[in-house]
Write a protein that binds this ligand. Structure first.
Ligand SMILES: Nc1nc2c(ncn2[C@@H]2O[C@H](COP(=O)(O)OP(=O)(O)O)[C@@H](O)[C@H]2O)c(=O)[nH]1
Ligand SMILES: [Mg+2]
Length: 327
């Protein structure tokens, strides 16, 4: 075969391959960039609640059965007993199911908005965020998702590998730092978590970072000494910058049920939580935990996690949340 013949076959083939690879990568990039709709992320909670409520609200008579079933539906969705009574208070005298539906949605919104009012605004620089929660709830991945949003907003973000309990945890946050282009403050595993946090905040102040996000070990809340250590981390950060950590953020896994609420209470006692992110709402029909956190503890929810993708962390919007799970 002459050189010309080889070239006439090879050049178009190479061109086709290059174009195919280009198209494939563009597609991949696009699909990972398009955020999942909330209706998809909350599909299980929505199906369960909408299904049961539609059947209930279709009834003519609003007798004891109706109220008992409405109460059970909310409790089974992890809204919690206290918040369920709070939601139904002032509605029980209603005779018309359409009115009940409207008032329920309004009181759900009230519970969320009341907590939302206490949301901490980033007024100081650097804005220091201490992230707490038990193992596996999604702390480190949520930190990466949050950091990415701050970076998109043009902020300089410093990550701190405060989970010094396991070497893998330090590596995990370093990898995220590299991917996101954020610097990571870390020491060898087994180092004192409070010392790493102190270094991180000092560095952020000296180098003019806008946001510092501190990862911590997912120690079990039942281990008293470990909770104490978390208290120490928080106090040491305040020494590095008075008033910090400004945001004491709890990451809560929606799939663990009512245990989540008792975890939240214990973390709250130690670090005085002022924000929460509920993750894995895509994996449960019990999205009512959001109301329990806001209503029982008064902790504002800043974001919700509805998937493993980088874009599956959404700023929490009470109005949108209530209308999605009820309609
Ligand atoms: N389905 C789903 N998975 C999540 C979500 N958030 C985190 N995860 C997953 O939860 C697992 C544990 O996350 P990791 O950040 O390592 O938890 P950590 O131990 O608290 O730091 C990982 O596989 C994450 O991808 C979410 O909103 N939805
Ligand atoms: Mg982690």
């Amino acid at each position: 075969m002459s050189n010309l013949a080889i070239l006439s076959v090879a050049v178009p083939s190479i061109l086709i391959i290059v174009v195919a690879v280009f198209v494939l990568f563009r597609r991949k990039g696009k699909s990972s960039q398009s955020p999942k709709p909330l209706t998809v992320g909350l599909a299980s909670t929505r199906e369960r609640l909408v299904g049961r409520l539609t059947a209930l609200f279709g009834r003519e008579e609003l007798g004891d059965d109706f109220w008992n079933e409405l109460e059970a539906t909310l409790i089974e969705a992890d809204v919690g007993i206290d918040v369920t009574s709070q939601l139904l208070e002032g509605i029980r005298q209603e005779k018309n199911s359409e009115e009940v539906r409207e008032k329920l949605s309004k009181s759900m919104l009230d519970v969320l908005c009341k907590a939302e009012d206490t949301q901490c605004a980033a007024t100081e620089t650097p804005h220091v965020i201490l992230v707490v929660g038990v193992n596996g709830v999604g702390k480190t991945t949520t930190i990466a998702k949050l950091a990415r949003q701050y970076v998109k907003d043009g902020k300089r973000v410093l990550l701190v590998a405060g989970d010094t309990f396991r070497a893998a945890a330090v590596d995990q946050i370093k990898i995220w730092g590299e991917r996101l282009g954020c610097e990571v403050v870390a020491q060898a595993d087994g180092a004192d978590s409070a010392a790493v946090a102190f270094d991180g905040v000092e560095k952020a102040r000296a180098k003019g970072y806008d946001v510092v996000i501190i990862d911590t070990a997912g120690r079990l809340h039942t281990k008293h000494n470990l909770m104490e250590e978390l208290g120490k981390v928080s106090r040491v950060i305040d020494k590095a910058m008075t008033g910090a950590p400004h945001e004491r953020l709890l990451i809560l896994d929606a799939t663990i049920g009512s245990n989540g609420l008792s975890q939240a209470k214990q973390f709250n006692e130690i670090v005085n939580l002022n924000s929460a992110i509920v993750t894995k709402l895509d994996g449960t029909a019990k999205g009512g935990i959001v109301f329990a956190v806001a209503g029982e503890l008064g902790i504002p929810i800043t974001h919700i996690g509805i998937g493993e993708g980088m874009d599956d962390l959404r700023p929490f919007n009470p109005q949108e949340f209530v209308s999605t799970i009820l309609n």
